[in-house]
Design a protein around this ligand. Sequence first.
Ligand SMILES: NC(=O)C1=CN([C@@H]2O[C@H](COP(=O)(O)OP(=O)(O)OC[C@H]3O[C@@H](n4cnc5c(N)ncnc54)[C@H](O)[C@@H]3O)[C@@H](O)[C@H]2O)C=CC1
Ligand SMILES: O=C(O)[C@@H]1CCC=N1
Length: 264
Amino acid sequence: MKIAILGTGNLGYSIAMGILSQDNFNLKNLYLTKRNVDSLKKWDKLPNVKISTDNKKAVRFSDVIILAVQPKQLQGVLEEIKPQLNLKRHTVISVVTGRKINEIESIIGNEISIIRSMPNTAISVGQSMTCLSANEKGKENIEIAKSIFNSLGKTMCIEERLMQAATVICASGIAFWMRLIRASTQGAVQLGFDAEEAQELSMQTALGAASLLLKSGNHPEEEIDKVTTPNGCTIEGLNEMEHQGLSSSLIKGVKASFEKINQI
Ligand SMILES: NC(=O)C1=CN([C@@H]2O[C@H](COP(=O)(O)OP(=O)(O)OC[C@H]3O[C@@H](n4cnc5c(N)ncnc54)[C@H](O)[C@@H]3O)[C@@H](O)[C@H]2O)C=CC1
Ligand SMILES: O=C(O)[C@@H]1CCC=N1
């Protein structure tokens, strides 16, 4: 696969990290662009990686174009690369928050494959949850996007109207879960563990909880029932957390994030 990432900032960098660290990724060339390429220099020596500020050149040398710039930068980049786009050859994948497929089509047309995608930063370690939607032409090439993002985690094809919600749950969700892990770590320190041990305990326990649900297919409450000994310490802690608004604050946070994303 010949892939270009236009705008290799936080998210673009994470995607590049993921692609370059997966041994089984079918990569021929990876073209990375950004305005100041200094932070990408360490990859310049890799034989299949090219670093540049030149978006047009990156498009000419690639088949899959991943757009990873800020929302306000997208229009300029699309206008710049439009003359280089080949309707048969190129698949354009946008990971830009809040920019709809029809906005992209209004600049580069609807005869080219356009896939709107929302990965999260766990893509750098091959564990992203990535949602995908495509325009009519893009539906023919959705397998290309799936093969890229399935190599870097899991994918789900969704209706485009749900893309903002998916962004909150999966992309912002990484930050939400980090805070929960940090809070649990702080609790463990208060109970006597040193900071490093506390974080390891919290991280592995979070991974174990998610793995239990993934492997068993069970509802979280079914697993909670197995842990909550009657009159025991788990239900005592859980009920106190709920009295303090744990579930309610998470749901309100998700809603606030969703309201904000609709203003971006
Ligand atoms: N799914 C997720 O987990 C996340 C998604 N995002 C979304 O991803 C997009 C990028 O966000 P970040 O990576 O945080 O932004 P960023 O500002 O770190 O990266 C954007 C990059 O684009 C480059 N750039 C700007 N104009 C350019 C141009 N004309 N040609 C080539 N490169 C250009 C900049 O130099 C910068 O390196 C945004 O739409 C953001 O909302 C951001 C963070 C996390
Ligand atoms: O915070 C944001 O607006 C972006 C979109 C999802 C993750 N980061």
